[in-house]
Design a protein. Structure first.
Length: 237
């Protein structure tokens, strides 16, 4: 509909949300169009796993390592499936632009209608491009983050999808352990907010209710306290 714009994604300004959402794929490049200008991102082949160091997160390197990872029986949509290169480019751009976000909003795992398709945690394809499936959780999370003006990076305990094209399942203990290095890397020097019991148990971070199944109001109420700074989460147990 003319004049209607998707909500900012994970605290992204509207222009960046438009850039991330309008990624178009061909065989060699991904073209990002937004704000009246074009930004071309060259897509490289997946590189071998690179060793992490103590420097700040390097988005392209991080995404390459994630795409190369095999996390239990989960579906790695950054390596597999139609649009994988688009999802990699989207995530790299998202991490770059959210590098200074002081909050890390951590959920359980991607959903089959959400990040499995869009490539961004707590985000649906509908929010980015205006087409494709919507996801109720993504709609609530992005609306509340925008309303409260919380500067947050969104992530999941397990960054790849446990489930099928039409269903989700709870990640296994081994999948959680295999995913931990990615979570710890993004958690460095950030305040953590755990969305749901599984994320709270893994991170020992302050808990807020997951917005699904009638939990939207409680999710919003839980985030309100972080408008005043919240508390720094302790190290992972």
């Amino acid at each position: 509909m003319s004049g209607v714009h998707p909500p900012p994604v994970g605290g992204l300004e509207p222009r960046l949300a438009k850039e991330v959402g309008r990624l178009s794929e061909n065989r060699e490049t991904i073209v990002v169009v937004g704000g009246g200008t074009g930004l071309t991102i060259r897509v490289r082949q997946i590189a071998p796993i690179l060793s992490a160091d103590d420097d700040p997160v390097k988005p392209e390197e991080f995404v390459r390592r994630l795409a190369s990872a095999r996390i239990g029986e989960t579906f790695n949509f950054y390596r597999r499936g139609s649009g994988a290169s688009v999802r990699r480019a989207r995530l790299s751009l998202y991490l770059e632009r959210r590098a200074d976000a002081p909050l890390l909003l951590v959920g359980e795992a991607p959903g089959y209608r959400g990040a499995r398709i869009s490539g961004l945690p707590f985000t649906s394809e509908r929010q980015l491009s205006g087409s494709g499936p919507a996801e109720a959780t993504a709609t609530v999370v992005q609306r509340v983050l925008a309303e409260l003006e919380l500067d947050a990076l969104c992530w999941n305990v397990v960054p790849t999808h446990p489930g099928t094209e039409t269903s989700n399942r709870r990640p296994t203990r081994l999948e959680i352990l295999a995913s931990r290095p990615f979570l710890e890397e993004l958690a460095e020097n950030r305040r953590l907010i755990a969305v749901g019991r599984l994320a709270a148990g893994v991170t020992d971070a302050p808990y807020v209710r997951h917005p699904s199944h009638g939990g939207a109001a409680e999710f919003r109420a839980g985030l309100l306290q972080f408008c005043a700074g919240g508390r720094l989460s302790p190290p992972f147990p």
